[in-house]
Design a protein around this ligand. Structure first.
Ligand SMILES: [Zn+2]
Length: 337
């Protein structure tokens, strides 16, 4: 792969000959890798189409990543999970005893499902697996959410693992020790997934949620230290009319770049390409430049063509897409010297 990686995510169409046209457009727009979503639905109903799409992506010289998009709702993704309904025994349980529509990262059978997902992903040609934002169910941290000070997970597996680790019952309140348990659980989950990837000889990338919360990673270095992780990244998406995008993105990019250097990983920054308001397309090169200046050489945009086909669409998707391509082209030229 070239020294500068410029990519984009792709979803929403599973008709291979239509996707082929989009892939050619992606290559023309100065991208050299594609992050394809590979949801539960894709695995169950579109595996053959996805195999063709992945083959076409690789044939066009684009590095091919696959993303367990919203699988078990324990990863990021704007799609549904059937698993949370079909396998309710895998779901997280809140502190108040409710069954939540999200699988538990500690559940061995959810892990087994993901091991199978990995196997199929590699069989259809994935080169990189993208473990996007693994998390427990996210509640507002200030206790203002519908559940007050609700948190998860207190499923039978978590209760058992907690007891084994701390030699006491898991409390009903989210203590510092519970927070530690949750983070260690997510680290163990990611390590498991990445070992599965390694077993099949593919690379592993991950993405931290860009905010601190007891249901995701707070100590980013613990993840960066995992030997099976190859790429660490985050997605500091800015809000419409945000005052200083370069500063917002630059801060996350500097954090990733520092960790990446320290732990000898590749650092990646995701660039907002959805929900961009008319007239704010110029924020895209500002964000890209800020990430590049911080030392990031792997940039990815979410998602293809300004996301102009989903309800998170940018106001002017074509302009977003062209702006991204021009910005990528400029950086490619700069990196070639
Ligand atoms: Zn659990």
């Amino acid at each position: 792969m070239p020294a500068l990686k410029t990519g984009v995510s792709y979803y929403g169409c599973r008709i291979p000959w239509r996707v082929r046209e989009d892939l050619e457009e992606i290559r023309r727009n100065h991208c050299n890798f594609v992050v394809h979503t590979f949801s539960e639905e894709d695995k169950e109903f579109y595996a053959q189409a996805m195999a063709r799409i992945v083959k076409d992506t690789r044939d066009l010289g684009l590095e091919t990543w696959l993303d367990p998009w919203a699988v078990g709702q324990a990863f990021g993704g704007e799609t549904y999970s059937g698993l949370v309904m079909k396998r309710r025994d895998l779901c997280q349980i809140s502190a108040t005893g409710e069954q939540l529509p999200i699988c538990c990262p500690n559940h061995p059978e959810f892990r087994a499902y993901l091991a199978q997902w990995t196997k199929v992903s590699v069989e259809i040609g994935a080169q990189v697996l993208f473990w996007d934002e693994p998390h427990f169910h996210i509640y507002p941290e200030d206790g203002t959410g519908p559940g007050g000070n609700a948190w998860a997970c207190r499923c039978s597996i978590c209760l058992e693992l907690y007891k084994k680790r701390y030699h006491e019952a898991m409390p009903a309140a989210q203590t510092a020790q519970v927070r530690e348990f949750k983070e260690e659980s997510l680290i163990d989950f990611l390590a498991f997934l990445c070992r599965e990837g390694r077993k099949h000889k593919v690379a592993n990338a991950m993405c931290y949620l860009p905010f601190e919360n007891s249901s995701t990673y707070s100590h980013w270095e613990k993840v960066a230290a995992l030997p099976e992780v190859d790429v660490i990244g985050t997605d500091p998406y800015w809000r419409p009319h945000q005052k200083d995008v370069a500063r917002h993105v630059g801060r996350s990019a500097a954090r990733i770049a520092k960790l990446a250097q320290q732990y000898k990983k590749e650092g990646q920054i995701w660039i907002l390409n959805f929900n961009i308001k008319q007239g704010e397309e110029g924020r895209i090169p500002e964000a890209i430049e800020a990430a590049y200046q911080a030392g990031i050489r792997n940039l990815a945009a979410w998602s293809y063509y300004g996301a102009g086909y989903i309800s998170l669409a940018s106001d002017d998707p074509k302009k977003v897409w062209e702006t991204l391509g021009n910005s990528y082209a400029g950086l490619q030229a700069k990196s070639r010297g």
